[in-house]
Design a binder for this molecule. Structure first.
Ligand code: S3P
Length: 166
């Protein structure tokens, strides 16, 4: 089984994905980490120097390669929050069986935006508009969603329930 997590920057895709994978002995992959390893550059720097359009193309390539290399593997993949901004990436995600949309309420998102200083999108003055605009994009590719709160253990249980693992 391959599980792909999508959702807004800072919602906890990496933290939850890693924790869930560890519990069920699945491999874990993070698209942002794969991009950093491949380019040898940090995400904010790629964003700033190359621009968002280039970043999205690179993000699509990395997602495509990761999906290809993990075919038939038990794994959890955390995507970057803006992966759904690229229509080619959306097409790939639509073909997946277990794409889970991690969503949370606006208050929790606001709280996280205040301390996640390394996320370019959350530092944008209009991040809330981006957040609402992206909702329908996440919904268009997700097979199911998980409503995230602040408790990691609760979130793990919710994700297992959605996947029918308990
Ligand atoms: C982005 C989210 C980030 C990262 C990049 C762009 C976005 O990933 O891919 O900074 O556009 O929302 P996280 O969702 O892990 O923060």
């Amino acid at each position: 089984m391959r599980v792909v997590l999508i959702g807004f920057s800072g919602v906890g895709k990496t933290t939850l994905g890693r924790a869930v994978a560890e519990k069920i002995c699945f491999d874990f992959f993070d698209c942002d980490d794969a991009m950093v390893s491949r380019t040898g550059r940090k995400i904010p720097e790629i964003f700033k120097t190359d621009g968002e359009a280039k970043f999205r193309e690179l993000e699509f390539e990395i997602l495509k390669e990761l999906l290809k290399s993990t075919t038939g593997q038990n794994c959890v993949i955390a995507t970057g929050g803006g992966v759904i901004e690229n229509s080619h990436s959306c097409e790939l995600l639509k073909e997946e069986i277990n794409v889970l949309y991690l969503r949370c309420d606006k208050a929790l998102m606001e709280k996280r935006a205040n301390y996640l200083c390394d996320r370019p999108i959350l530092q944008a003055s209009d991040w809330q508009e981006i957040y609402f605009r992206r909702e329908s994009l996440y919904e268009s590719v997700a097979k199911q969603y998980v409503f995230i709160d602040e408790n990691l253990e609760d979130n793990i249980i919710k994700l297992f329930t959605v996947l029918g693992l308990r």
